[in-house]
Design a protein around this ligand. Sequence first.
Ligand SMILES: [Zn+2]
Length: 132
Amino acid sequence: MEAVESELLKKAAREAAKASYSPYSHYPVGAAVLAEDGQIFSACNVESSTYGLSICAERNALTAAIAKGLRKFRALAVWSKNGATPCGACRQVIWELCGEIPIYIIDADGKEKCYISSVLLPDPFDEKKLRK
Ligand SMILES: [Zn+2]
């Protein structure tokens, strides 16, 4: 991935957090995914008063890309004020939709970490492996 692409991806995640609907947690999160063709899809977290129906920024960004017909992804970026890593549900969905990709974690101070999918979710549930 080119440096320009990763910078655009991280910027898109940071910008997406501004639209966060998080009246309960007051914890805005933005995520952006880079599709194989170079398109970037970004989204924020959207909470519900029932909490369990809240949807994370990571899954919102991925579902937005899937809804536009994209199926292959090269990288993901997640922005939050203190650089939180994706929750367990998102790690599973990232694995299923993206496979092994870099995941950039950015905080409000601009500090970043980068993980690959299998580090965040070692030995994942993988339906494709079950068919073998
Ligand atoms: Zn999540």
